[in-house]
Structures are given as structure tokens and as C-alpha cells.
Ligand binder design. Sequence first.
Ligand code: NAD
Ligand code: IPM
Ligand code: MN
Length: 354
Amino acid sequence: KKQYRIAVIPGDGIGKEVVPEGVRVLEQVAQKFQFEIKFDWFDFASCDYYEKHGNMMPEDWKDKIGKHDAIFFGAVGWPAKVPDHISLWQSLILFRRDFDQYANVRPVRLMPGVPSPLANRKPGDIDFWVVRENTEGEYSSIGGRMFKDTDREVVVQETVMSRQGVDRILKYAFELAMKTPKKHLTSATKSNGISITMPYWDERVEAMAKNYPEIKWDKYHIDILTALFVMHPDRFNVVVASNLFGDILSDLGPACTGTIGIAPAGNINPERLYPSVFEPVHGSAPDIAGQNIANPIGQIWSGAMMLEHLGEPDAAAAIVTAIENTLKEPKLRTRDLGGKANTEEAGKAITAAI
Ligand code: NAD
Ligand code: IPM
Ligand code: MN
């Protein structure tokens, strides 16, 4: 029997409610497909941990989770306790950077039976990938604050794009596009306004495209691209974007599919030198936390992405099918999709469908 070791980090807020549902489904599918998963649970990378220890994570966090086959993560952030930039830079963003998870892969799919907020859209009309650069770009720690608390105060934060960093995410996205029937790729840019880094991004896209003559590709400035996501989501297949643009597109895309509560993500180190992190796109949702009403599907689908990454594609597909079949039943949907099911009921329904 194959065995996998997974580090489980629920984090904050609804992370603590949806992660157990994700684990429930993984346990079920492991039994069905006859492999074993050993889950090691960790309480760090949470604002509760910060309250107790003054840090988001123990010093030896890398020894604790760096050797696992993957990390199954919920959500982090509780701004009432810890400022977001501290909690996030000391946890999730640190994982992405230290584990060199440069590809943040976020599928966007309108599921059968789920109404889209966009008129007349049916499954198949919205079915694409956002591939987000995940280690550099607009998320840099280079900058500073001068003349603090005076009326001459100035703050600066640099965008960093390295040739290696840009090329590797573009290569990842083109390779993904090659595996899709549509063989189409869209690049998000803003080279009309952001006059140094974004023209560079465009230049590297053009250079990379030469290696993939079969791929039809286009580029749009991020402003009109957000409009096109709403007006013509059917035009997209693989959308590659810098760190910030990818962040924005990967909330907008799922919103067009009815809820951000179902959207999954893989923070992937393709070279497999480090574990990858699988987590929903959404955050800790303090506004609904503690009520057992969050949609667990983003977490559960992230589990499917994790199995795909581990080399269990049949088990991964079984999870996605179970999600689809469960969503067809309005009464098994959570409140964000107009249903009445609670988090646990939705998780158990998907488990039963497997
Ligand atoms: P959020 O994604 O937590 O919530 C946005 C809205 O979507 C809220 O109204 C919430 O109730 C709803 N929502 C989110 N997930 C849902 C689900 N599964 N089911 C039903 N409704 C859901 O974003 P936010 O409010 O901007 O951020 C809250 C905290 O989470 C902040 O601390 C933020 O920094 C953090 N955050 C963390 C991650 C992450 O860990 N990857 C991602 C985004 C935000
Ligand atoms: C995400 C989140 C994070 C990001 C935040 C919480 C730092 O929004 O994973 O999409 O911006 O990457
Ligand atoms: Mn985001």
C-alpha cells in the first residue's frame, strides 16, 4: 500500500471548520482507492498560536513540516488579533517563498446545477485556470517608510520581477495550456501604465510563446481583463498573471461561478524540492466563522488537487465527481449557494457520494 504523510494546518476562522471536512473526504477516498494517508496536525500558522507565543510559527517550523509529502492548509488571518500583513507574511507567504512554491494554480469552474451570477452561463462556459506567480512580483518586502508620522511621509514598495521568476511561471502556464484541449493562453498585463516591470513581463511572454507554436495566446491589460471575466468568461482557458493580478483574478473568477467558497488552490513547487501547499482560495472569513455554515468545497477540492499532485489522479477525480454530484442537489448546498446545509452536512454528503 502506498503511504503519504500530510501536514495539516487548519489556521484561523473557518479554516478550523472546513479542514476537518477536507480530511474526512481524503480518508474516505484513501480507503476506496487503497492507499494510506497519515495526517499530522499542527496548531501553528494561526493567530491563536501568535497570541500564546508571540510568533505565528515555531522557529523549527521547517523541520516540522518540510519533509511531508504535502501540506493541507485551511486559512490564516484574524485581523482583530494580529495585523494581516504580520500574520500572513509570517505564515502563508513565508511557506510560498521558503518552499519556492512559485506556481499558484487555481481552477475556476462553473459546476453543474449551480447558478452563476452571470446571466445565461452554463457549465462549460466558465472553465479555466488562473496560474498565478507566487513568489515575487508586487508581493515584495523591498521598500520603506520615510519621515514617519510627519507631513512629508513617503512610503515605497518595489515590484520585483526576475528573469528566472517570470520565465518559470510562464513556462508552467504554457505547459499547462499544452495539456488542455483548447491550447489557449491569456496573459494579464498592465504595460500601458506600469512602465518597467509589465513591459518586461510582456517581453518574456512573447519569448516563451516562441517555444510553444501550437499555443494560441493573447494578452489583456488587467482592467479590461476583469471586465472580460464577467462579459466573456468562455474566452479563457489558461490565464497567467503576476502575483497581485493573479490574486485578484482568482477571486473574481470563482465569484462568477456562484461563490468563492468552492475555489481551490495549489501552491506548487514543481521541482518537488519542497512540499506544496493545498488550500482554498478564500480566507478565514471572520464574519461567518464559528457557525458551521462555511462552504467546505474549496477545501475539499484542494484535497483533490493534492492527490493529483501526489500521483493519485483516480482518487482526485472521484472527489471532483462527488463534489459535482452533491452540488446538483440544492438541499446539500451551503448558504453561500442558497442552500441550507451546514459545513459538516455538506462535507458528509460528499464523503457519502464517494
Ligand atoms: P475571506 O475570503 O475570508 O472572506 C470574504 C467573504 O467571503 C466573506 O464574506 C466570507 O464570509 C465569504 N467566504 C469566504 N469563504 C467562504 C466559504 N468557504 N463559505 C462561505 N462564505 C465564504 O476574505 P477577507 O474577509 O478579505 O479576509 C479575512 C481574513 O482571511 C483576513 O485575515 C485575510 O487576510 C485572510 N485571508 C487569508 C487567505 C488564505 O489563508 N489563503 C486568503 C484570503 C484572505
Ligand atoms: C490568497 C490570499 C493571500 C494572497 C493573502 C491572505 C496574503 O488573498 O491566497 O489569495 O494575497 O496571496
Ligand atoms: Mn486572494
